[in-house]
Design a protein around this ligand. Structure first.
Ligand SMILES: [Zn+2]
Length: 334
């Protein structure tokens, strides 16, 4: 497949399903920056899940920053991959239980909209791409985690946001990374935080990661933009969670998102009447303190009961300093 967009210009288009399904005929808008020079094609999408709007914010900013004059190759951006869920302010399409990010690469004649929307995007845009980025958001319980599939560590190191890993896909739920893995093209996804609200510093992670990946692909000039530390988590992920054994108020003693040592004191459960400490929670192993918030599915969440998980540690492979690029012997793809 070859691209049809004239070089050195911006383009805009709508992908449209060819018939009505469940009373709607979906149109998916896409933006293209066709660089003045030939080069790789990067596909970026957001809002497969309609509430994950930091991805939309990141797409908008990326399109503002990347100009045809400064670009080698082609950038394709779909800020809202699932316009129906997005307009309904819902995670998925309201009348179907199918999660769009579990049916890639879709089916153009499928009986449900998510199958047809994924096929529309995949066949018309993603098949043109040499690399892909998928923006998601989750609740602020966890950290803004970026991942690629196993065996593409150099790609996620290049993406360069603070928390990165290789993610093992469950074959029973094919996310966008599945067809990208089969084709062997670089792929990065990031879960920004939170859902439902645009948080500038969170959307900025998506922008930084996308621009870094474009530099690594040889599409943009300039140095990589890395934070002071990149926590490269063990592929998997590999987690260990700690539950409390007593009732009381959970008081974390450290910020999350840092590396902790085995045995380090992470927090205490206090009797809420006497205020005395009842239990100490220590790190069961050395690793990334992924979350230290109490269960979020009720109000007054720090008031915990026996069995409540209050800490999750993620196994770390390395903490990378800024100069630690994609990896030894791994040149940029051009
Ligand atoms: Zn999502």
């Amino acid at each position: 497949m070859t691209q049809a967009w004239a070089r050195g210009r911006r383009h805009f288009g709508l992908l449209e399903l060819d018939e009505y399904l469940k009373c709607v005929r979906v149109q998916i808008p896409y933006h293209v920056v066709a660089g003045a020079e030939d080069g790789p094609t990067l596909y970026i999408q957001a809002c497969q899940h309609g509430t994950e709007i930091n991805g939309w914010a990141a797409c908008r900013e990326i399109l503002e920053k990347v100009t045809p004059e400064g670009l080698r190759g082609t950038l394709i951006v779909v800020p809202v991959a699932n316009p129906i869920a997005f307009q309904a302010r819902l995670h998925g399409y309201p009348t179907e239980g199918h999660n769009m990010n579990r049916v890639w690469p879709g089916d153009a004649r499928g009986p449900f909209l998510p199958y047809r929307m994924t096929a529309l995007l995949y066949e018309n845009l993603i098949m043109l791409a040499d690399a892909a980025i998928d923006f998601h958001c989750w609740g602020d319980m966890g950290l803004p985690m970026a991942w690629t599939y196993r065996g593409r560590q150099e790609c996620i190191r290049a993406f360069g946001t603070p928390y990165i890993m290789e993610y093992d896909l469950d074959d029973s739920m094919p996310m966008l990374q599945a067809p990208c893995e089969r084709r062997g093209i670089p792929f990065c996804a990031i879960e920004m935080i939170p859902q439902d609200r645009i948080k500038p510093e969170s959307a900025a992670l998506g922008v930084t990661g996308a621009l870094n990946l474009m530099r690594w692909l040889g599409m943009l000039e300039g140095p990589m933009d890395y934070p002071a530390e990149r926590f490269l988590c063990a592929a998997g992920p590999v987690d260990e969670s700690v539950a409390v054994t007593s009732e009381g108020m959970w008081v974390p003693l450290t910020a999350r998102g840092i590396a902790v040592e085995e045995g380090q004191l992470l927090g205490r459960v206090h009797d809420w009447i006497t205020l005395e400490p009842r239990e100490e929670i220590r790190a069961p192993w050395s690793g990334l303190l992924y979350t230290n918030l109490a269960p979020w599915d009720r109000r007054n969440t720090n008031l915990v009961e026996p069995g409540d998980v209050v800490v999750t540690l993620r196994k770390l492979e390395a903490v990378l300093a800024p100069p630690a690029g994609p990896g030894p012997g791994e040149a940029a793809l051009r």
